[in-house]
Structures are given as structure tokens and as C-alpha cells.
Design a protein around this ligand. Structure first.
Ligand SMILES: [Zn+2]
Length: 80
């Protein structure tokens, strides 16, 4: 019996990107995790450790939360 290798078919699902660009380190390592039980969204950069927490009120899309995260980062006075 000949073993036939099936071609791996990639199923491309339309999905939001899981990682976002970090405003501090510029890497694509920011992850938005939504905790619906505690009604918070936690945004963490896996590279530099930049972190933010947002209440899940009107913001429910990871993209919206990520935008607030970036806004907050730029609004915050920089520590030197
Ligand atoms: Zn970072």
C-alpha cells in the first residue's frame, strides 16, 4: 500500500489578527485577551511587557481595546 501524502490544505479563516503592534517596542506582540467574567480586557505586550487593563463597557472588539491601549500609551507622560 502506497502511502500518499495529502497536500496540506490551509483553511484560511476570516479571523481578527491576534497580535497587534506595540506602541512602545514596535513589535507585533500585543495581545488582547478578553475576560468576560470579570468584564475586563487585558492588553499585554509579549516583548516589552507593556500592559493595560480596560473595562468591557462599550468596547468589546479587540481592535477598539487595542486603540484605547495605544491612546493611553501616548497620553501618558513618558518616564525618562
Ligand atoms: Zn512592546
Amino acid at each position: 500500500m502506497g502511502r500518499r501524502r495529502r497536500k496540506v490544505v490551509k483553511v484560511v479563516k476570516r479571523k481578527l489578527p491576534e497580535f497587534f503592534l506595540c506602541p512602545r517596542c514596535g513589535k507585533n506582540t500585543v495581545k488582547v485577551s478578553i475576560d468576560r467574567r470579570h468584564e475586563v480586557a487585558v492588553v499585554v505586550c509579549g516583548a516589552c511587557g507593556l500592559k493595560g487593563e480596560f473595562p468591557l463597557s462599550s468596547l468589546s472588539e479587540p481592535v477598539d481595546i487595542y486603540c484605547s491601549f495605544v491612546d493611553q500609551f501616548y497620553a501618558r507622560p513618558r518616564t525618562r
